[in-house]
Design a protein around this ligand. Structure first.
Ligand code: SF4
Length: 568
């Protein structure tokens, strides 16, 4: 059983929980200092609050579900890699508790409200925009925004409220239409992408939330932040030119690039969609708040008039190789449509790939664009596809390429076996960010700690360590791409706590997520893959054993007893 860490000297988010009930239009503030001191911020605080406040049997698309928006203590700093915001709720795609983390700039404005966490609960009869500031909360009926796209909502906030896209989190038509993989968008092209939290907001009849204020927490952050900033600014990482697509050729070479709806593992057309192809379309620098690493990808194709941000590697897979599309401009166009309508590009691309397979239409770009539109508006076949692969695969006669209902990210576990194990056990489903195991399994020259990509020997322990580390970073909140900059020593210096204790906080977050999911009937049977891995069942036993969980993949109740105590 994990020890509870409640150290008042540890850096953590401050401020009360603000609960906004959109059904009654009432608000409440609650002192949750105990939780903030124990869980730092971000995903930890939101998970702990969700575990206590969302009924275990809540329908994700009902007023009983809540969304928790949180920042970490780093979001009041100007350190690179901290332009991130967390959102947590029960996913309509997986049925489990799910945290999603978006970049952009809204984190600073959320921090400016002075709240430790903001909970959106209930269900409104009228379409609403909610304006949260450090002075009050206002509810605005916005019938004219019904069906509005993400850029249209952003323009409305600018015109009517003099608020920039950096203050706004919103949904497009997909969220309103309860597409199960709808995202919540911020800064137009940044997404709380995976798991359909946009549909949760849509079910509440909330089109947008804005954050502003002047009550940012006053904290002292170690001078290390300046070193991190300098190193980020001077780094010669290829990510600055190509974003995550710099890995595309390598993934293709080692056969980890899903192709034609996961039926193959490398793509003959990779040259048209790889890092170089994406880099050529990048026309200016793009970043998140205060981040000198600036790995984002504003891209443009003058000839076709396509402008977007990205695609990142995951989108290159989902709308590129997995759909048999070898022209980066076509992938950019799909990316732009998903951002405009508010949908996760990974899930949407995989859904479209499944549909293309069922129709025998791989590579048909016109059909792809048309299908994305139909999904967002739930028109014709789009109504079925909007339910996600797990719910429609039988009707379409395609394989179910999901774990717990979440479709696969691009780093294929059939080649990167530790990543495969991670996909199987992750509370979020087939999500690469839960551990980023792939980064240790690719044969990278710079990766001195590289693991063999084949087999699961020794990997359950590694998965546990990485899950804990990623969960802790999500409490901070520190971007995944800070890996080579944020050493354990730096985390200790910044957060004022021993690294082992910080990891134990991460571990408790993973446990709380799984315990919540267990109460919803999710267990070992759901830690499953649509393919075989060597010694997989033994690896599962080892993973549960290392965490002290039951052999059926459930968390003993006494593990979370301390964390189930109600807050003040
Ligand atoms: S590294 Fe990239 S994604 Fe992460 S905060 Fe910086 S710009 Fe944003």
């Amino acid at each position: 059983m994990l020890q509870r860490v409640t150290h008042s000297h540890m850096l953590h988010v401050e401020g009360p929980l603000l609960t906004v009930d959109v059904g009654t239009r009432e608000t409440q503030t609650t002192n949750v200092d105990d939780i903030l001191e124990s869980f730092i911020g971000g995903r930890g605080v939101a998970t702990r609050l969700a575990h206590e406040r969302i009924p275990f049997d809540a329908d994700p698309l009902s007023g009983e579900n809540s969304l928790f928006f949180t920042t970490g203590p780093m979001q009041v700093s100007t350190m690179s890699f901290t332009g991130r915001t967390n959102c947590t709720g029960v996913s309509p795609l997986t049925g489990g508790l799910l945290s999603s983390n978006a970049g952009g700039f809204v984190s600073r404005n959320l921090a400016d409200t002075g709240y430790g966490a903001v909970e959106i609960t209930g269900e409104s009869d009228d379409l609403l925009a909610i304006h949260v500031s450090d002075e009050d909360v206002t509810f605005e009926e916005v019938p004219d925004l019904e069906g509005a796209t993400v850029p249209e909502v952003t323009a409305y906030m600018a015109d009517e409220h003099d608020l920039s896209e950096e203050h706004t989190a919103c949904i497009g038509p997909a969220g309103e239409n309860l597409v199960r993989f709808a995202s919540i968008m911020t800064t137009e092209s940044r997404a709380f992408g995976r798991g359909g939290l946009g549909a949760v907001l849509g079910a509440k009849n909330v089109k947008a939330i804005t954050f502003q204020g002047d009550s940012r927490q006053d904290v002292e952050i170690d001078p290390i932040q300046m070193d991190v900033h300098r190193e980020a600014a001077t780094s010669d990482s290829l990510m600055k030119e190509q974003g995550t697509t710099n890995v595309t050729d390598l993934a293709n070479e080692v056969e980890a690039l899903p192709t034609r709806y996961f039926s193959e593992l490398s793509y003959e057309g990779v040259g048209g969609i790889n890092g170089e192809a994406v880099g050529e379309k990048k026309y200016k620098k793009g970043t998140c708040s205060s981040c000198a690493f600036a790995c984002k990808l504003p891209t443009k194709d003058e000839e076709r008039g396509v402008e977007t941000e990205g695609p990142e590697y995951e989108t290159v897979m989902a709308f590129g190789s997995n759909c048999d599309v070898d022209d980066v401009v076509d992938v950019m166009q799909s990316n732009e449509l998903c951002d405009r309508y508010g949908m996760d590009t990974i899930s949407c691309g995989n859904v479209v790939a499944a549909y293309l397979q069922s129709e025998g239409e791989f590579g048909n770009t016109e059909l792809i664009f048309e299908t994305v539109e139909k999904i967002a508006h739930r028109e014709d076949v789009g109504d079925l596809l909007a339910e996600g692969i797990d719910r429609f695969h039988e009707e379409l006669g395609v394989e179910n390429w999901t774990v717990k209902g979440l479709s696969f990210a691009a780093h294929d576990g059939r080649t990167l076996n530790g990543q495969g194990l991670s996909y199987a056990v992750a509370t979020r489903g087939a999500d690469h960010m839960f551990t980023t195991m792939y980064t240790w399994e690719y044969p990278l020259v710079s990766n001195e700690e590289a693991l063999s990509k084949s087999g699961l020997d020794g990997k359950p322990e590694f998965v546990v360590e990485q899950e804990n580390a990623r969960a802790m970073e999500d409490c901070g909140i520190v971007c995944r791409f800070a890996r080579s900059f944020m050493t354990p020593e730096r985390f200790e210096a910044l957060l004022g706590e021993d690294y082992d204790d910080l990891l134990s906080i991460g571990s408790r977050v993973v446990e709380l997520e799984r315990h919540f999911n267990n109460q919803r009937g999710i267990d070992r049977d759901d830690d499953d893959l649509p393919y075989d891995l060597p010694e997989f069942e033994d690896a599962l036993d080892e993973y549960y054993g290392l965490r002290g969980w039951n052999a059926d993949g459930t968390v003993p109740d006494d593990h979370v007893a301390d964390d189930s105590v109600a807050a003040d």
